[in-house]
Design a protein around this ligand. Structure first.
Ligand SMILES: Cc1cc2nc3c(=O)[nH]c(=O)nc-3n(C[C@H](O)[C@H](O)[C@H](O)COP(=O)(O)OP(=O)(O)OC[C@H]3O[C@@H](n4cnc5c(N)ncnc54)[C@H](O)[C@@H]3O)c2cc1C
Length: 613
């Protein structure tokens, strides 16, 4: 089964993406324009990304003391992506965008993630520019964002520091006003930054003529002290090369130096850097200190950054899902042709008979079906969340309206959209290796690279533990639990519709029970009001929550597959129903063990004395 029909089913049959054309923002679009975007991206991914996936893994970025060297294939892939217009696809026509729904943009990006996830860091560039379109001044948008959208410049996100990863309140990069008249610079109030930023993806390269760093830093108070906590964090544009108000390079380097490249387990097509800001290696106007232009208000840096988080996290979830899907396709192709062993039982006793292909063994089918249920389910969840982003931006406004409901649902679902595929599509990659046996463990087949690439996703953009604490500690509680109730209502609606279909009735009942159990576990976790006790088992909570959400997605997909024009007597439908059935029988029952420790606020991990480890 090729991937495109799966995507088409999800977009058009399940999410009814065409109906978005009734919104004025998308009125010029049609199924034809959506398909044209998907066709173009599928082609670029096939021609420029997929052939280079192994090259970027084996030819890691190199620093010759002056420049970071990347394979030519990376330059070609970047040029093809930029020329496609996808960097600004969702933006307004006036600035060169296509006003494409985010749902379609996310679907189109899936091709690139599947073909070669690390070859480009385009999501960082468009995320950086999108942030400036919301929080930047018109001049910052004109000079920086537009040049990023065109692909002339690239973007980064500089949050982490060696001592401040999960805990951004401990950011120590300083930003001080750059002399008299610092606030009269047309590019924005001008500061000098000093500090170190760790793990910065695409922090240095020669793919573009300039790099626009978006940097979190603190402005010291009157006594020169940094304000503790997140309140003191501000946001700055720090270009690698200085520019004027027309966007031309002035010829001067900014004081941002590459301290070194990190050598990673996977995702090797993207450079990962330690950057030193303001160490005096490239003085500007004779002074050390990296020149940065304030974005938005002082002290509101994290708020501006969080604006982009939902889409960034859906992007991570999509990458994880598609790496899983790539492994599924590779292991399925292998299982269909690899002869090994004979059937269980009397028929297999005769060694003179030919061997069967491994796809004929029930255990190999189990591993394939697990992968299919994880990866197709995860992809559906990403697209559902992307559809919520469109609803939030263009749906009926006002409290309790569709746009507001979408906003709140996204708050609750985003930790799942990011974390669930990061964990379970990684497990899918592990199963893909297992399907290939010893060959899967070698570099002669691509599945080990998919696993290495995917291992990053539980770490960046908020680790698994941080996402789980966000879900149980904040998201399900916010607005008096309204987000959780909204989600439960949507789940109940699916269960009611599916419950009327005899073949889905048992699964519908199981989903209703699972949802009630998640809701009661949420209450039990917080019953003592002690965050330490409640959050000690936040990850098992997130696992159970995620499995319940995915069961809902699968029941909805199964129901749609049996309804009206989508009901087709083809193998794709049989496969979808099989994957849904797998998820309900093999996966959903796992939530019992996860929720038990949540409900009892099990203290085993939290209370074991340190010396006993
Ligand atoms: C390849 C790669 C690319 C990256 N790209 C970027 C980028 O472009 N820009 C950027 O700014 N950053 C980037 N990062 C940084 C990434 O976001 C951080 O690595 C991540 O936030 C974790 O921070 P840390 O590595 O310091 O780990 P730590 O924060 O030290 O965490 C270590 C472990 O402790 C756990 N932990 C920490 N605090 C808590 C807590 N309060 N409660 C429970 N558990 C906790 C974590 O869950 C984790 O398991 C990247 C990282 C990598 C590896």
């Amino acid at each position: 089964m090729s991937f495109r029909p799966t995507l088409d089913f999800l977009l058009y049959d399940w999410l009814d993406a065409e109906s978005l054309n009734r919104r004025s923002r998308f009125a010029d679009h049609s199924r034809e324009t959506f398909d044209a975007v998907l066709d173009t991206c599928e082609r670029i991914a096939r021609e420029k990304y997929a052939p280079a996936n192994r090259i970027v893994d084996t030819q890691e970025p190199r620093f010759d003391g002056e420049r970071v060297i990347l394979p030519q294939a990376t330059h070609d892939a970047h040029a093809a992506f930029a020329a496609s217009g996808m960097l600004s696809a969702a933006q307004d026509y006036e600035i060169g965008g296509m006003q494409l729904p985010y749902t379609v943009q996310a679907a189109a990006n899936s091709f690139f993630a599947m073909a070669s996830v690390s070859i480009g860091s385009n999501l960082l560039t468009s995320g950086n520019a999108n942030l400036l379109m919301v929080h930047g001044t018109p001049m910052q948008q004109e000079v920086f964002a537009k040049n990023e959208f065109s692909g002339r410049w690239a973007g980064t996100m500089c949050l982490s520091e060696p001592q401040a990863g999960s805990s951004l309140s401990d950011v120590a990069t300083r930003a001080v006003p750059d002399g008299n008249g610092f606030d009269a610079d047309p590019l924005g109030p001008r500061y000098r930054l000093t500090g170190n930023k760790m793990w910065i993806s695409s922090g240095d390269h020669e793919l573009t003529e300039n790099i626009v760093h978006i940097v979190l830093a603190k402005i010291p108070d009157a006594e020169g002290k940094l304000v503790p906590g997140t309140r003191g964090i501000s946001l700055f544009i720090v270009p690698k090369r200085m520019v004027d108000t027309t966007g031309a390079l002035t010829g001067e380097r900014n004081d941002v130096a590459l301290a070194g490249l990190n050598h990673k387990l996977g995702w090797r097509g993207t450079t990962n850097t330690l950057l030193n800001f303001g160490e005096g290696r490239f003085p500007v106007n004779g002074k050390s200190g990296a020149v940065g232009y304030l974005v938005g208000q002082p002290g509101k840096g994290l708020h501006c950054m969080f604006h982009m988080m939902n889409e960034a996290r859906i992007g991570i979830g999509m990458a994880a899902s598609m790496l899983g899907m790539a492994g599924y396709e590779a292991s399925l192709a292998y299982a269909r042709q690899r002869p090994q062993g004979r059937p269980v039982g009397p028929a297999g006793k005769d060694a003179a008979k030919p061997q069967v292909r491994i796809i004929e063994h029930a255990d190999v089918r189990r591993m394939l079906l697990a992968q299919k249920s994880y990866c197709e389910g995860a992809l559906a969840l990403q697209l559902y969340c992307a559809r919520l982003v469109d609803e939030q931006k263009t749906g009926p406004a006002g409290p309790g309206g569709a746009a507001d409901d979408a906003r709140l649902l996204l708050e609750v679902l985003t930790p799942i959209a990011k974390s669930w595929p990061s964990e379970w599509c990684l497990e899918a990659n592990s199963l893909a290796i297992q399907v290939l046996g010893g060959y899967g463990y070698t570099r002669d087949f691509p599945v080990e690279q998919y696993w290495r690439d995917n291992r990053l996703n539980m770490i960046h953009e908020g680790t698994h533990g941080i996402q789980a604490a966000d879900l149980l500690g904040r998201k399900v509680l916010m607005e008096d639990g309204r987000g959780l109730r909204l989600l439960a209502d949507r789940i109940a609606d699916t269960a009611r519709r599916a419950g009327a279909v005899p073949s889905l009735a048992d699964d519908a009942r199981a989903l209703v029970d699972a949802t009630a159990r998640v809701q009661s576990a949420t209450v039990a976790a917080w019953s003592t009001g002690d965050p330490g006790a409640a959050l000690a088992n936040a990850v098992p909570y997130m696992q159970a929550f995620g499995h319940t959400v995915l069961a809902w997605i699968w029941l909805d997909l199964a129901h749609r597959s049996l309804q009206g024009d989508a009901a087709r007597a083809d193998s794709a439908t049989v496969g979808r129903l099989g994957a849904a059935s797998y998820f309900f029988r093999y996966e959903l029952p796992k939530i019992g063990a996860w929720l038990r420790v949540v409900e009892t606020r099990e203290p085993t991990c939290a209370e074991l004395p340190e010396e006993a480890f």
